[in-house]
Design a protein around this ligand. Sequence first.
Ligand code: SF4
Ligand code: SF4
Length: 76
Amino acid sequence: MPRLALPSINPDRCTGCGRCVAACPEHVLWLQAEKANGMGDKHAVLHDVPGCTGCAKCVLVCPFDAIDMVRVPPSP
Ligand code: SF4
Ligand code: SF4
């Protein structure tokens, strides 16, 4: 089935709670620190875009409404 949308994570709303990371069946989300040395707040990041199926389970579990599904153009 073609993927219709990808999650977009709003770093201003994301608290780094990790629920989306745990809920993602494809393991394509991880928590990333703001600073390169690993310090600073952590936010969820989609690190493997091709691996995301667009299932939106991450959106459903986020308690802070920090993830939106954004439509992507169909592949040629
Ligand atoms: S849409 Fe599904 S596969 Fe993609 S990051 Fe969210 S939970 Fe994982
Ligand atoms: S569930 Fe929401 S608040 Fe928690 S890490 Fe994921 S995007 Fe951030």
